[in-house]
Every structure is written in structure tokens, then in C-alpha cells.
Design a protein around this ligand. Structure first.
Ligand code: PLP
Length: 415
């Protein structure tokens, strides 16, 4: 049987060995066709409605990827002034940027106001702040649909999203503050959580969200958030997020809402991971194979500074092994932990995985690394952030971010 990456012709006219020779490791490699396919899926989610899809760039803010998103007609979500700045450099006009702010300073909010991007505020106190800074302005408020939506408990008890949004019972206070500062609430947004494979809780949340929207007269848009899942266990045949059924169900819900309320607004979503995760594999070099007290380790240069998801979220990434440019799929197998080169015992890419017998100089190929991969990378241990390469639609490899150098480690110091 062939490897997954070969089945989808991930590497185009090249192969991991040639890429590693040319660019070194660790290396994020993106496939343009897969990326564009996912972008088109999210852009075409609601063809029967006024709709835009915002790509959440905290997942990946590589300039080339942002420019492709621009071409594919996506708008973007920014989570910081830095993301607004980068989006503008990539060519996004202000009206295609939505700033989902969270506990920001006055300076930061002022920056976004001056840049002319629509801001979502995330608490009553930040709504007051916006009012003080921009009396008479337009904005969006992030609603936390927590109450009465039991389906979200899992996400909430995961402790991830509880600080976000204004509670639904505080909606009257939103109106009071808006009145005080003559503000126009032109949007409502929500984001119930990340990485769901079952769309039902999301639809359920949309349902209550639409209900809250009826309290607001000046709405121009409703933004349902992101979180559409990626099948990280694809080598074990995990099915994809069923976007076709989701699409049909969401379409139905919104059509009904428009019919019963007589309203028509722009609908938005904010997918991040779904857009980029599967378009990228992370290549790492195997520098040692060892056994300690009965445990076998594959020692690579994929440290937790390069890919922190396994350490941070106990995330699973499928792993393939390449040797001499070809995937190793047959032959004897062993259980290994694939680990990095950082001085932390949690520096593990894949724990206790059955893999083909692996040797020094093999290449480890970590799948689905495009979301929260490079964007969460760091210089921990003064390791360098890796390079990124795009396999274009014609199959060629192009460097889209240079590897850092030792000199980069000094750029904030007077030395
Ligand atoms: C992180 C985030 C997203 C994207 O989440 P994904 O799971 O990557 O789709 C969208 N909206 C907001 C507000 C977020 O914080």
C-alpha cells in the first residue's frame, strides 16, 4: 500500500529527500492544490445567502498563504494588531478584516479604529471602552451562547473558551451602553470552540445565536465562528468533517430564519484549522534511534518549539517515515515515541506509535501540520524557526519563508 502523502501526490514533482537536501529540516511543506480546495469549500459554504468566510489567521499567517486566501475571495479574522498589520501588508483592505478583540488596551483598540477595521468587543467593559474612544461608531459584539446550550458543555468544561464573549442575559446591558455612546451594533459574532467533527452542536449554537440576533435592529452581519474539524487520524480512516451535510443544514436553518423574521443580513463564518491544517506536512530529520528502559525513541529535530500541539493539547498527528525519497510502508514495525531536540521531557511529537523500523537519516513526515504549527512556533532553547515551502499547482517547490539564522536571535538586542 502506498503512503497517504503519495496517494494525494502531496510533494508534486519532488520528494521529501530532495526537499530536505535543498531546504534543510525541520521544514513545513504546503500543497497549494489542497489549500485552494479547502479555501473554495469554505468560501462556497452558503451560495444561497449573502455570505463571506473569514479565514482565522492565527492558524497560519504566512504571507504567501494570505495572498492565496485573498485571491480565493476569503476575508480574514485578526486577533491582534500584529495580525491586522500583516493582513494589510498581504493586500487585504480594511473592510475585509474583522478584528476579534479580547481584553485589549485602549492603544490597541485605537489602532484598530484608526486602521478602519470592524472590531468585535468581548465584554461590557470593552464595549464601554470602545464607546469612549469612538462615540457614534459601528461595531460587533461577541456573544457567549453558553446558557441553555448544553451541547457546548464539553467545550466549556475543556476550560478553553470560558473567558470569551458577553453572556446572553447581559444583552439588555449591551443596548444600554450602546445608547449611552450612540453606538451602532452592526454585527454579532460567536465562536463556540475548536475542532469539532460533528456539526450538530455548532448548528444548535447558531440556532440560539439567531434568536439573540432578533433583539438587535441595526445588524448588518452575523458571524457564526469557526472550529470545523480536521481528521487528524486519517491513517486510521477517520472520516472528514461532513461539510456537504453541514452546508445543507445551515442553509436550511438560515433560510427559515430569514423567512420567519423577514430579515436579511450578511452571514459569516471564521474557519481556521479547516482551511490550512491538511495542506501541510512537517518534515523532520531522524538524528538518533535509541532504547531506554524498554522504550524506543526516534530522535528528530522537530522540537516542541516547532510543533507544540502535541505537548499543549495532547494532540495527535499522523506520522509517515520516508527513506531515500520513498515512503517506508512495508517490513517490520516497532513502537516508538517520536521526540524532538528540546530540553524538556514533554518534547514529544508522537507517543508510543507503531511505525516502520526507523533509522538515522530517515525523514519523519508529520501530517496535518498547517494549522497552529508555524504560527505557534517559538525560539525556545534559542532554536531557529524553520523554513516553509509551497508545492505549487504545477508541482514545483517554492520557498515561502526563509529559515531563521543565528543572527535573527540577536535582532532585538544592541550587540
Ligand atoms: C481560533 C478562532 C477561530 C478559528 O478556530 P478553528 O478551530 O481554527 O477553526 C475562529 N474564531 C475565533 C474567534 C477564534 O478564536
Amino acid at each position: 500500500m502506498d503512503s497517504y502523502t503519495r496517494q494525494v501526490n502531496f510533494f508534486g514533482n519532488t520528494d521529501p529527500e530532495a526537499l530536505v537536501k535543498k531546504y534543510g529540516t525541520p521544514l513545513f511543506v504546503y500543497n497549494e492544490d489542497i489549500l485552494r480546495k479547502q479555501m473554495r469549500r469554505v468560501a462556497g459554504l452558503l451560495p444561497n445567502h449573502r455570505f463571506t468566510s473569514n479565514f482565522s489567521i492565527k492558524t497560519n499567517s504566512n504571507m504567501t498563504i494570505l495572498k492565496i486566501a485573498l485571491e480565493e475571495g476569503l476575508n480574514c479574522d485578526a486577533m491582534s494588531p500584529g495580525e491586522i498589520f500583516v493582513l494589510k501588508k498581504a493586500g487585504f483592505p480594511s473592510e475585509r478584516i474583522f478584528y476579534v478583540s479580547n481584553n485589549v488596551s485602549e492603544e490597541e483598540m485605537q489602532y484598530a479604529i484608526d486602521e478602519g477595521v470592524v472590531i468585535s468587543v468581548d465584554s461590557l467593559s470593552q464595549l464601554e471602552m470602545f464607546g469612549r474612544l469612538n462615540r457614534g461608531g459601528k461595531l460587533s459584539v461577541r456573544i457567549n451562547p453558553g446558557v441553555g446550550a448544553g451541547h457546548h458543555d464539553k467545550v466549556v468544561t475543556a476550560g478553553k473558551k470560558t473567558k470569551f464573549g458577553v453572556a446572553a442575559q447581559d444583552i439588555p446591558k449591551i443596548h444600554e451602553i450602546a445608547q449611552k455612546y450612540d453606538l451602532h451594533i452592526v454585527g454579532l459574532n460567536q465562536h463556540i470552540g475548536s475542532l469539532f467533527m460533528d456539526y450538530k452542536p455548532f448548528l444548535e449554537a447558531c440556532h440560539s445565536f439567531l434568536h439573540y440576533a432578533e433583539d438587535f435592529d441595526e445588524l448588518e452581519f452575523l458571524d457564526f465562528g469557526g472550529g470545523f474539524g480536521t481528521p487528524y487520524h486519517k491513517l486510521n480512516d477517520e472520516p472528514e468533517f461532513d461539510i456537504e451535510t453541514f452546508k445543507a443544514e445551515l442553509d436550511k436553518l438560515l433560510t427559515e430564519w430569514k423567512a420567519t423574521t423577514g430579515r436579511d443580513v450578511l452571514f459569516k463564518t471564521e474557519p481556521g484549522r479547516y482551511v490550512v491544517a491538511e495542506s501541510c506536512v512537517l518534515l523532520g530529520g531522524v538524528h538518533s534511534v535509541k532504547e531506554n528502559y524498554g522504550h524506543k525513541y526516534v530522535g528528530t529535530d522537530i522540537g516542541m518549539n516547532v510543533l507544540i500541539r502535541p505537548e499543549l493539547y495532547d494532540s495527535w498527528h499522523d506520522v509517515e517515515i520516508y527513506r531515500d525519497g520513498k515512503p517506508v510502508t512495508d517490513g517490520p514495525r516497532e513502537v516508538y515515541s517520536v521526540v524532538g531536540n528540546i530540553c524538556e521531557s514533554g518534547d514529544i511529537v508522537a507517543k508510543d506509535r507503531e511505525l516502520p523500523v526507523t533509522k538515522e537519516k530517515d525523514i519523519v513526515c508529520v501530517l496535518d501540520a498547517g494549522a497552529y504549527g508555524f504560527s505557534m512556533s517559538s525560539n525556545y532553547n534559542n532554536r531557529l524557526r524553520p523554513a516553509e515551502v509551497l508545492i505549487t499547482s504545477s508541482g514545483d517547490d517554492v520557498l515561502i519563508r526563509r529559515r531563521e539564522t543565528l543572527e535573527d536571535l540577536l535582532r532585538c538586542f544592541d550587540v
